[in-house]
Design a protein around this ligand. Structure first.
Ligand code: C2O
Ligand code: CU
Ligand code: CU
Length: 497
């Protein structure tokens, strides 16, 4: 079946009538084929908008951010009411060296509480942006912390309880890049050849407005948008030279998983995962990236003929009941200039020591299947907002769900074997390694061979991770990074003592 036809077949009208509208919702989130996303077909456009290049701030100097509404253009000719930390959608990229102290003053000019969670940074509890620490409307907070971790592609976004999905979807997010000497020795592509790319789908109305307004079915599956944006640009192109580029890919979407590939089948040479560089470059031509995950990749455009147009695209995949049915293009690279490339892609990258599983003093297992087919609808149990759970529990700001000891190693297992929906599971405050995946895909993927903070658990999968807790005492969150799942309760607290 050709791509066009596939998209037509999976278009909204077909699926919606096939599954009989929304009446099933009242039954709760059952494990049936009806646990279906609100059908939103991706609108790819003509790829004639220039890609927004995010400004870069040096994190060595104090940074001032203001969370506020800004007018921006995502669809030509239409004004969108986006949120941002500066004067446009999103935020400038923060770049900092390991060892530096960072000071970011955040002023809240929204009409509600906000805060910033530094996703991937290992920092003290009171700087991490747990939902218990929010900034009131009209107030400011100074985030200050010293970087003590390896080079890597991290990010940041608000984390107030119940409104994370809304604030991220409307544009509050940014990339936080850490450099170090180990990375510098590799002489990786930089300047115009290093591109931070934040991929996010948005639901935009015909007047250009981004009015995040999830219905019950969006809460169930996640909020999908028809406009897949990169750095807040939709249907964009970027002119490139015949060189090797470093793409820092971040899936900053609320719920959508992308099965990335290039239209001409170019390789992703994966050099880094969430928490930094891999030990060795891993080459693949398809890269499944779930919300919250990052992939640091080198792409070799040096042998491509000038004039060629290459799309970064997402192919269909088997993603449970609500994801993967559609293929679509995301970003166009136009090769416009021939220059000589002398850089070669390194094979060996950084020191990476696998944590032996024998080091673990404890294993904890969490049922994340959210399979309520036993007759009780998930929405009838507990509070009305707690549709999604971890281990049968939904988020309680003050409850400590797990207690761990600093310096000790544990294995945690996320068990989605009875689940119908996928869940990217994320831990604050610690980096982990993926130990095993049983069931489902049954393998550890190339981009999962390094330090991680978010791991995708597909239906039928049990994923084990291993980690040593750092010496930052206090309460941290762990949750599903499908932000509608998170906001509807799929988050718990753990405490490091
Ligand atoms: Cu990026 Cu608690 O999340
Ligand atoms: Cu996080
Ligand atoms: Cu989830």
């Amino acid at each position: 079946m050709d791509r066009k036809k596939f998209i037509q077949l999976s278009s909204s009208a077909t699926l919606f009538t096939l599954f009989g509208g929304v009446s099933w919702l009242l039954e709760g989130c059952k494990k049936t084929a009806m646990n279906m996303a609100k059908s939103i077909s991706v609108n790819s456009g003509n790829f004639d908008n220039p890609l927004r290049l995010l400004p870069v701030l040096n994190g060595a100097s104090p940074i001032n951010f203001t969370a506020k509404q800004n007018q921006t253009t995502i669809i030509k000719g239409k004004i969108s009411n986006a949120l941002g930390f500066a004067n446009d959608i999103l935020a400038p990229v923060i770049k900092v060296n390991n060892g530096q102290t960072v000071s970011i003053n955040v002023t809240n000019q929204l009409e509600e509480k906000t805060n910033i969670h530094w996703h991937g940074l290992i920092i003290p509890e009171n700087m991490d942006g747990h939902p218990q620490y929010t900034i009131n409307q009209g107030s400011s907070f100074n985030y200050q912390f010293t970087i003590n971790q390896k080079a890597g592609t991290n990010w940041f976004h608000p984390h107030p309880h119940l409104t994370t999905g809304k604030q991220v979807n409307k544009g509050l997010a940014g990339m936080f890049i850490i450099n170090d000497t180990e990375e510098a020795a590799l002489n990786l592509p930089s300047g115009e050849f290093e591109l931070p790319l934040i991929i996010q789908d948005r639901r935009i109305y015909s007047d250009g407005s981004i009015n995040y307004s999830p219905e019950a079915e969006d809460v169930m599956s996640g909020y999908f948008g028809q406009y897949v944006c990169v750095n807040g640009s939709w249907s964009a192109y970027h002119n490139i030279k015949t060189k090797i580029y470093r793409l820092r890919l971040l899936n900053g979407s609320n719920a959508r998983v992308y099965n990335l590939s290039f239209s001409n089948n170019l390789d992703f040479n994966i050099i880094g995962s969430d928490g930094g560089l891999l030990s060795a470059t891993q080459t693949t031509n398809s890269l499944l990236l779930s919300p919250g995950e990052r992939a640091d990749v080198l792409v070799d455009f040096s042998a491509v003929t000038v004039g060629t147009e290459i799309y970064l695209q997402s192919n269909s995949f088997n993603g449970g009941d609500s994801q993967g049915s559609e293929s679509f293009k995301i970003l166009k690279f136009k090769v416009t200039e021939q220059i000589t490339e002398t850089f070669t892609i390194p094979t060996s990258l950084a020191v990476f020591n696998p944590i032996p599983s024998s080091q673990a003093i404890k294993t904890r297992s969490f049922d994340i299947a959210n399979n309520h087919s036993g007759g009780h609808g998930g929405m009838n149990m507990g509070s009305s907002s707690s549709i999604h759970k971890i281990g049968g529990k939904s988020f309680d700001m003050d409850r400590i769900d797990e207690t761990v000891t600093a310096g000790t190693t544990e294995i945690w297992e996320f068990d989605n074997s009875a689940g119908a929906d996928l869940h990217p599971m994320h831990l604050h405050g610690v980096h982990f390694q993926v130990l095993s995946r049983v069931g489902g895909r049954g393998i550890i993927l190339p981009h999962e061979t390094g330090w991680k903070d978010t791991v995708l658990c597909m239906p039928n999968e049990k994923v084990k991770i291993i980690m040593t807790f750092p010496n930052n005492l206090g309460k941290f969150a762990f949750h599903c990074h499908n932000l509608e799942h998170e906001d509807s309760g799929m988050m718990l607290n753990y405490k490091i003592i």
